[in-house]
Design a protein around this ligand. Structure first.
Ligand SMILES: [Zn+2]
Length: 225
């Protein structure tokens, strides 16, 4: 099989949030107009076939705002939900998750409680990975193959436990391009302060040389600790 480089664009909440946010989380929320603008840029991009879209955290905006706007443009996405928040105020419920699937969207696990997996004791990490997978599988009625790593924080142990739990792909936040055949899939999150210029470079897969070097060094360090 031939490998292809893809750019994976990650979103979080869209529009106004109704629930309290975690520290720093507000930076990752986009207004609806800005979100629609980014989707328009993706839908019209010459490399559209090389662009993938994901959503983290299972916010209620996934079903209320994101999915309808994706469908309007013929786009699809993978939604990584936190099973500890399913059905809570501000988050998707089990029926919403099934609705997303019926709209042609894919569902993955983001764990249970949005913990830093790189710091969790093995027993807790094992529970985060296995229990969340099982819960999403019961809701969806199909095998869950991918996980998105909370805060993008991982190490060699996290990756090996993800593999042992049966995941076939781990989505990180390392920016740049993702190799279709590799287990670790770097993504770039669109933030409220992502400028039009930055967005253009993200969608084109362009990364300044210095950032590329730093990224490679950071990823090497993470997988070797
Ligand atoms: Zn998250």
């Amino acid at each position: 099989m031939q490998t292809t480089k893809r750019r994976i664009i990650n979103f979080h909440g869209i529009g106004e949030h109704t629930q309290p946010l975690e520290p720093g989380e507000a930076d990752y929320w986009l207004g609806l107009d800005r979100f629609c603008y980014v989707l328009d840029r993706i839908a019209a991009h010459p490399d559209r076939e090389l662009l993938s879209i994901t959503f983290d955290d299972g916010n209620i905006s996934d079903i209320l705002l994101a999915a309808p706007q994706l469908m309007k443009r013929g786009l699809d996405a993978e939604f990584f939900v936190l099973t500890g928040r399913i059905g809570r105020a501000g988050s998707v419920g089990a029926d919403d998750i099934r609705s997303l699937m019926s709209m042609g969207m894919r569902i993955g696990s983001h764990g249970i409680d949005h913990r830093d997996w790189s710091k969790l004791p093995a027993k807790d990490l094992d529970n985060e990975l296995n229990t969340s997978k099982k819960v999403v599988e019961e809701i969806c009625g199909c095998t869950v193959r991918s996980a998105a790593i909370p805060f993008g924080r991982y190490n060699a142990r996290v990756l090996s436990m993800l593999r042992n739990a049966g995941y076939e792909a781990a989505y990180s936040s390392d920016k740049g391009s993702a190799d279709t055949l590799s287990f670790l899939k770097p993504r770039t999150s669109i933030r409220h302060d992502t400028t039009d210029g930055m967005l253009g470079r993200i969608l084109a897969g362009h990364m300044p040389a210095l950032s590329r070097i730093r990224r490679a060094a950071g990823m090497t360090m993470k997988v070797s600790t």
